[in-house]
Design a protein around this ligand. Structure first.
Ligand code: ATP
Ligand code: MG
Length: 878
């Protein structure tokens, strides 16, 4: 059975058990501060488990893209070394939201594995939660009894809290679970060692494939467990491991999920996979990491220097480094692999193929940048080699850490290079530096969040902000969040007009007002689908009736900017082409910012055209066509632009301004008529990353202000030039005149300089066979001083020349000697100038025959010639 059939059979099986099959959510999480990436199949359904929102179906099944590289689930360091943990993997899952429970879940999993996939029963083991006294939890007797009807009792293992109590994160839904493990060893191996003893023991061929979680509890911030309102089933089966089991392989990488990637990398590197442990690991790392990299970028996350972007950057660098070190890839290579993956996944996750050239571009640019960094790091190591040799042949912890921190060199890479150079690395010292940095960032970001305090139980919340700016509201729940610098409250209301920051649009601000008090809402944010009103204080009376009202004027500007963003998006696609994909946006009361995929600078003429199209739409006063609760398929049929990486429900909101022109899936707030935008003006166009451009624009009065400011500036220039027409011509003429004058001045000054030279030459005193000239002169710049000195040398033999001058308000001295004096009399211009510079409180130097000095005390200049005469006398006589 190939992997595509295996995946399909899973979905078909659960569809036959009345499950709704849904698409995978994007891998990058947007509206949940506790999670950066989807790390399990259940994460997109968190709200249903927490009771924040009713589940649209009682039964759901899907294959979900997951990433386990940060937070509670982090498998990164295993990846490549073992054969069954990946960064990105697919989790096949089926869910019951308050519907079926343990019996159906376990029986179906057994049916699917043994009847549909025909895995031999004597290779399967299952586990059951044994209970935990410290948590006051009993053994899962129900699960045990159910398994007993299907599998021999000695294949049912008891598992502790670590293995058999599943938790999504530090807080949140959790419960006992029952795992299914498979033993893929040969019969010979199995005869020698009982598989039972290898379960949950990190054996590469005895692995967990499926976990059935019975979600019963919610873990609170204080660590305690409370029962969830209803009981749910959440299962997750690793797709790649399942393929290994069904295809009878000993490694996930030997299945058809990975082989195309593995073979491509091996071929590129000119090695054979399976011949050398070191290159094998590198090939596995790369084949794994490209999946995480490509899918996160396709889902809208660009590599960057913080948060999710930084995680991606690190994974990419890890892949590059393994290629660089073990496969001798000195040029970008990962981006090529993205194409292999895109073809392979086209039918399951088409988003990659659809954006392939963009994704490749981003990857290649990142690779190039990191390869340069690697090279610089290597140079740095070379430069410090002598120092390390002195330091007992050791690279000190600080340097190793600097390489890690600024050059992205992990410790093992530094160690590897060190070995090649016959050096060691102070790993303990590195650890100390690392720990210090961790403490620094921990202290900076530590925040403490209290549990929710429920004011009104079982009340759902309603957003009314599309239709109203004020509403009657009651507080449903609240919590406090403290960081080092501030304390704030998150308040949830039963009904609210406040738009929570999302889809690029900023959150509303405003007030909650009751009979006795007024609370300012500083911002509004989303956590999954909860709307959090952020305030600095809590109302005294939490149960009061409130009028909640947004800052309407601010919202009004935001609406205009948001609608203008849609018009801009449509105009961009029209002018630049359909490859334009939204890659981010910001809409606030001042500006709108739109990032989009496009490979070159948007030319001025194109910008003008885009701007013109938008303003045409504005002038046409197109009415808003807003439709709520449109089935997603229908919305797409209307031609609505869906964004990659955006999580859409089954019913969506569609915003159109003339269906022929702009139709988008959007939750934001908009003008009722494009005429409200008034005027649209682009203020800048720039690059944000490889293949991503940014346009910033303003609307309405702010656009007017912007244009007016430009005109004011122009007006001011006209005034100064005293011309009404052809301003640029006038400026050009000014510049030309200026150049001509400059030339004249230069010629004049040179002539003067030549006269000065003659005058000085006549002033030479003869002193013991030398011609001494020591004078204060007037020259306009340092070049002229130098020229004068060099010209004097041509006309006066046995010259000792000392010139003092004020240049740009600062004192300067130049000393020039004829070569023969330097050679025969052992005179030195540098020494002389340093001595003379004392008069002007300064210093300097140069060559033996010519030296200069600058100083601070201009008044001291006049003493320099006299001092020079004395100095020369003392030198020649002495
Ligand atoms: P393990 O102990 O092997 O790391 P787990 O207990 O972390 O697994 P769960 O969180 O229960 O796994 O996830 C459900 C299923 O997802 C697992 O049974 C396994 O098949 C699969 N899985 C988990 N982590 C990975 C991973 N990093 N790569 C591939 N598959 C995974
Ligand atoms: Mg794990």
């Amino acid at each position: 059975m190939n992997s595509a059939e295996i995946r399909q059979k899973f979905l078909d099986f659960f569809a036959s058990k009345q499950h709704q099959i849904v698409p995978s959510a994007p891998i990058v999480v947007k509206d949940d501060p506790t999670l950066m990436f989807i790390n399990s199949g259940m994460a997109p359904f968190k709200d249903y488990f927490l009771g924040n929102k009713p589940a649209p179906y009682k039964r759901i099944a899907d294959t979900q893209k997951c990433l386990r590289v940060s937070g509670k689930h982090n498998d990164l360091e295993e990846v490549g070394y073992d054969t069954y943990h990946h960064t990105m993997f697919e989790m096949l899952g089926n869910w019951s939201f308050g519907d079926y429970f343990k019996k159906d879940a376990l029986e179906w999993s057994w049916e699917l594995l043994t009847k549909v996939y025909k895995l031999p029963k004597d290779r399967l083991y299952v586990s059951v939660f044994q209970g935990d006294a410290s948590e006051n939890l009993q053994m899962d007797q129900d699960a045990f009894n159910i398994w007993k009807t299907m599998i021999a009792e000695d294949r049912i293992l008891m598992g502790n809290k670590k293995d058999n109590f599943w938790e999504m994160g530090d807080t949140g839904p959790c419960g006992p679970c029952s795992e299914i493990h498979v033993d893929l060893r040969t019969d010979e191996e199995r005869a020698q060692v009982d598989g039972k003893s290898l379960v949950n023991n990190d054996h590469p061929q005895v692995v967990e494939i499926w976990n059935n979680v019975f979600m019963e509890f919610n873990r609170l911030a204080d660590g305690s467990l409370v029962k969830l309102p209803a009981q749910h089933v959440d299962t997750g089966m690793g797709f790649e491991r399942l393929c290994m089991a069904i295809q009878g392989k000993r490694s996930n990488y030997d299945t058809d999920v990975f082989q195309p990637l593995i073979q491509f990398v091996a071929k590129e590197a000119g090695v054979v996979y399976g011949e050398n442990e070191k290159t094998d690991i590198a090939i596995r790392v790369i084949s794994d990491h490209i999946r995480a990299i490509a899918f996160t970028i396709a889902d809208g996350q660009l590599p960057s220097n913080n948060k999710a972007g930084y995680v991606i950057r690190r994974i990419l660098r890890r892949a590059v480094r393994y290629g660089f070190t073990f496969l001798d890839f000195k040029k970008p290579f990962l981006y090529k692999l993205a194409a292999v993956l895109a073809d392979q996944m086209e039918t399951v996750f088409p988003e990659l193929k659809q954006q392939l050239s963009f994704v490749q571009r981003v990857i290649e640019e990142e690779e190039n940048a990191f390869l340069r960094t690697l090279e610089n790091g290597l140079k740095r190591l070379d430069a410090l080699e002598a120092k390390f040799k002195e330091n007992n042949n050791t690279i000190d912890g600080k340097t190793a850490f600097e390489l890690y921190d600024t050059f992205g060199f992990p410790l093992d890479l530094t160690a590897l290079i060190a070995r090649e150079k016959g050096l060691k690395v102070d790993e303990a010292g590195f650890g100390v530096e690392m720990e210090q940095q961790k403490n620094r960032s921990r202290n900076a970001s530590a925040s403490e969040q209290s549990d929710w305090v429920i004011v009104q139980p079982d009340v759902t919340t309603e957003f009314v902000g599309y239709d109203c700016n004020v509403s009657d509201s009651h507080i449903v729940r609240y919590r406090q969040v403290k960081t080092k610098t501030k304390s704030e409250y998150h308040i949830v209301l039963d009904r609210t007009p406040f738009y929570a920051e999302s889809g690029g649009q900023v959150g509303d601000t405003g007030y909650l007002v009751s009979d006795s008090e007024q609370i300012e809402v500083l911002d509004t944010k989303k956590e999954n689908d909860l709307i959090l009103h952020i305030t600095a204080k809590l109302p005294q009376n939490l149960e009061a009736a409130f009028r909640s009202g947004i800052d309407f004027e601010r919202r009004n500007y935001i609406r205009k900017n948001h609608s203008a963003t849609h018009l801009l998006h449509a105009a961009l696609r029209k002018v630049l082409g359909d490859h334009v994909q939204q890659k981010g946006s910001l809409v606030n009361e001042k500006v709108l910012r739109f990032d989009f995929s496009h490979f070159s600078k948007v030319e001025d003429a194109e910008l003008r055209e885009i701007e013109h199209i938008v303003n045409e739409r504005v002038r046409q006063s197109i009415p808003l066509e807003e439709q709520r609760n449109v089935p997603i398929a229908e919305a797409k049929e209307m031609g609505a632009t869906a964004l990659f990486g955006e999580k859409y429900g089954e019913y969506v909101r569609v915003i159109a301004f003339d269906r022929e022109h702009s139709v988008e899936l959007c939750g934001g707030t908009h003008v009722y008529n494009t005429g409200e935008i008034g005027y649209f003006k682009i203020v800048s166009e720039s690059s944000v990353a490889a293949g991503v451009r940014r346009i910033e624009a303003v609307t309405a009065t702010l656009a007017e202000d912007f244009v007016q400011a430009q005109l004011d500036e122009l007006h001011a220039v006209r005034e100064v030039l005293n011309t009404q027409s052809n301003v640029s011509g006038a400026v050009q003429k000014l510049q030309d005149d200026n150049k001509a004058l400059q030339k004249q001045l230069e010629a004049f000054e040179l002539k003067q300089l030549s006269g000065l030279k003659d005058t000085l030459a006549q002033k030479a005193h003869q002193l013991n066979g030398v011609s001494l000239v020591a004078e204060q002169v007037e020259v306009s710049n340092a070049d002229h001083l130098k020229k004068l000195a060099f010209d004097m040398r041509q006309v006066v033999d046995n010259l000792i020349l000392v010139l003092a001058a004020e240049i740009d308000g600062k004192p300067q001295i130049a000393v020039m000697l004829s070569d023969n004096l330097v050679a025969e009399k052992n005179l030195n211009a540098s020494q002389m100038v340093r001595e003379l510079a004392k008069e002007i409180k300064g210093g300097g130097g140069g060559q033996p025959f010519y030296a200069t000095a600058g100083g601070k005390d201009t008044a001291g200049l006049q003493a320099v010639p006299g001092k020079a005469v004395e100095l020369v006398k003392s030198m020649i006589n002495g």
